[in-house]
Design a binder for this molecule. Structure first.
Ligand code: PEP
Ligand code: MG
Length: 657
């Protein structure tokens, strides 16, 4: 029994739709296969199904053999033709997870200057001094010595495999049942659980055992082979799935060995997390309130780990290189995030120094408390807005507590990366509205999606790029994908009924990009009006982060309501120096005269045109530079919440005219 059809599933058979399709297939007894371009795979294996890479508008055949073959074919074809039918009753929790992005893969070597005896020097990534229990997170590589099974042993070894699968899935099911599990984590665990029970994967491991291989080696072999298939496909989202399969292979092997990985949530209060590398999104999901410091072999000052640590006020020293492995066996660790050094099992002198630094920090924090509600003004009475850079709604409270006068940059990409599918218009509208309400009447500037080829997102296929920073990212990608862009613009128009939302475009290099965006905004407004959905217009601005935008700033200023200078990217593009390249840190300096000239040119163009100019790059939070930027004409500076009070103080105390 078989039938062919044209696939109407918008995202193709990836991620959540693949999981739903497999679940449906498994509800039938018959053997079911999906055939595309002559290649047939089991419809009951999401791993195999995803590898078939079925896209919307492609033709596939569903083939079934068994007692309920006709019903199976009808139901599965029905799903492919109308995937939204019956969606409401599906909890949707079983989905392939959004990728854990290795946002900045560079691994800076330790800095050359000598550290005092007993200390290691790295990159000062987030200030704060602390001593805490070391919490080493170095998942050990499992490299089993393959063992040849004796004849008659294969049955028992297969049983061991099944017990391990059940154990791992059981542990994951328990985690899913935890009420405290965040929605984003839920999707990840559900996806891993799905892979752990994947019949093609288990059959493959069983095959290795049948040939006389021990279960641990068989599991590693089977998952390595499946992961390699994923690594070889063109689709960047699918390629990133190979990590999920490795993760499952690891869990199964550990279960077989009777071992467990250290769980970040087991870190004791005040623990100093020591790792060679940790994904920014893994860190964002860790119990940050309990973490006293972060030390990594990899990473740099503008890596997302650093940005997350700063926004949570956690001291961080990154880029320690190989030295970090020497910290693995320490009991206590001292960290000075501002000085960029760490020490294992600190001696009395080091303990005294950390105590002095923390005392000074507490004294400074107490002095800065007075500036929480300060509203810095220029001599002419113009208010300088000191706002927060945020990436998620969870950061709202800390930003308000710090004294944020609104949000100068909301990075919407986290919302896209956290989910297993593109966030819906409703979810986006709700998120943006929550943010607007939290900071009203202060403005909230939401940046449209700024994502590049180095950060895969479920539902967006990125080409392989030699230079992702110079590639298909930000506004370029959005204008090429109006389906994604218009969903976000409609959500922004809807949230703008709150009155305090502004929108800015990243990576702008041409006036045409602004003009084309305005056409799309008008289309969205007309669609919302036709649907009788409430919406309001918002002010549209651009980020100034390309040299082209600086050079055309006087013209650009006639097309937009405001500028926000993105110094992180502007510096790297002006200096032609990758912002993450460890050897180019010296060139990536905002105070370089060339970069300062670009900032000044931008400010002058905005002031002359009478539009607002602000800054949301990391430089905005530097107390030594903030008064200078204000003197240039900037009236808004947006930064990590932890920098807000100090910046307010610096501006308020400077003689600014
Ligand atoms: C910038 O480039 O300065 C900026 C704020 O954007 P991001 O750091 O997100 O690229
Ligand atoms: Mg940028």
């Amino acid at each position: 029994m078989e039938r062919s059809t044209i696939v109407r599933v918008h995202e193709g058979l990836h991620a959540r739709p693949a999981t739903r399709f497999v679940k449906l297939a498994k509800s039938f007894e018959s053997d079911v296969e999906v055939v595309k371009d002559g290649k047939a795979v089991s419809a009951k294996s999401s791993v195999k199904l995803m590898l078939l890479s079925v896209k919307e508008h492609q033709e596939v055949t569903v083939r079934a053999n068994g007692a309920d073959a006709a019903e199976a074919v009808e139901a599965l074809i029905g799903y492919l033709e109308n995937p939204r039918a019956g969606l409401e009753e599906d909890s949707g929790s079983e989905a392939i997870r959004a990728p854990t992005a290795e946002v900045f893969p560079a691994s800076p070597p330790p800095l050359a200057d000598e550290a005092p005896k007993g200390r290691m020097r790295g990159i000062a990534a987030s200030e704060g001094a602390a001593i805490g229990k070391a919490f080493a997170h170095f998942p050990k590589e499992i490299k089993p010595e393959p063992r040849k099974l004796a004849a008659g042993e294969t049955g028992a070894e297969t049983t061991r495999l099944h017990v391990a699968v059940a154990q791992v899935r059981d542990r994951m099911a328990k985690a899913l049942a935890e009420a405290t599990l965040a929605e984003s984590d839920r999707a990840i665990v559900a996806a891993l659980m799905d892979i752990a029970g994947d019949e093609a994967l288990i059959e493959s491991a069983q095959g290795w055992i049948a040939q006389g291989m021990d279960a641990v080696s068989a599991v590693i072999g089977a998952t390595d082979a499946a992961a390699a298939e994923f690594s070889a496909v063109e689709d960047s989202y699918l390629r990133a799935r190979s990590d999920d399969i490795h993760a499952v292979g690891r869990q199964l092997a550990l279960a077989l060995l009777g071992e467990e990985d250290a769980d970040l949530s087991a870190a004791p209060p005040g623990a100093i997390l020591v790792a060679d590398d940790i994904g920014a999104w893994d860190l964002a999901r860790a119990p940050l309130k309990r973490i006293g410091g972060v030390i990594c072999g990899k990473g740099g000052a503008t890596s997302h780990i650093a940005i997350i640590a700063r926004s949570h006020g956690i001291p961080a020293v990154l880029g320690l290189g190989e030295q970090v492995f020497d910290l693995a066996s320490a009991t206590d660790i001292a960290i000075d995030g501002a000085g960029g050094w760490v020490a294992a099992d600190p001696d009395e002198a080091t303990r005294a120094e950390i105590a002095r630094l923390s005392q000074e920090a507490s004294k400074e924090a107490a002095a800065l408390a007075a500036f929480k509600d300060t509203v810095p003004t220029r001599a002419d009475g113009t208010v300088i807005e000191v706002a927060a850079n945020l990436g998620s709604l969870e950061e709202i409270d800390a930003a308000k507590e710090a004294g944020a006068m609104g949000v100068g940059l909301f990075r919407t990409e986290l919302l896209f990366m956290r989910h297993t599918h593109l966030p819906s218009e409703d979810l986006q509208a709700e998120t943006y509205a929550t943010l607007a309400k939290a900071f009203a009447p202060y403005p909230v500037i939401i940046r449209t999606l700024d994502i590049g080829g180095d950060k895969p997102v479920a539902g967006i296929e990125f080409p392989e790029e030699d230079n992702p920073f110079l590639g298909w990212r930000g506004i370029r990608m959005c204008l090429d994908r109006p389906d994604i862009f218009k969903t976000q613009l409609r959500a922004l128009l809807r949230a703008a009924v709150n009155g305090n939302i502004k929108v800015m475009l990243p990576m702008v290099a041409e006036i045409g990009e602004v003009e084309r965006t305005k056409v799309l905004i008008e289309e969205c407004a007309a669609e919302l009006a036709a649907a009788k959905t409430a919406f309001a217009r918002f002010e549209l601005g651009v980020m100034i982060e390309t040299p082209a935008a600086v050079l055309i700033a006087p013209v650009l200023a006639r097309h937009v309501a405001f500028f926000s200078i993105g110094t992180n990217d502007l510096t790297q593009y002006i200096m032609a120096a990758d912002r993450l390249h460890p050897a180019l840190a010296r060139l990536n300096d905002v105070t370089n005269p060339a970069v300062m000239a670009a900032i000044e040119m931008t400010a002058r163009a905005a002031v002359q045109a009478g539009i607002m100019v602000g800054m949301c790059g990391e430089a905005a939070g530097r107390p030594d530079l903030a008064p200078r930027f204000v003197r240039m004409g900037l009236t808004e500076l947006s930064m990590s919440p932890s920098s807000i009070r100090r910046a307010k103080k610096a501006i308020a105390e400077a003689v600014v005219s």
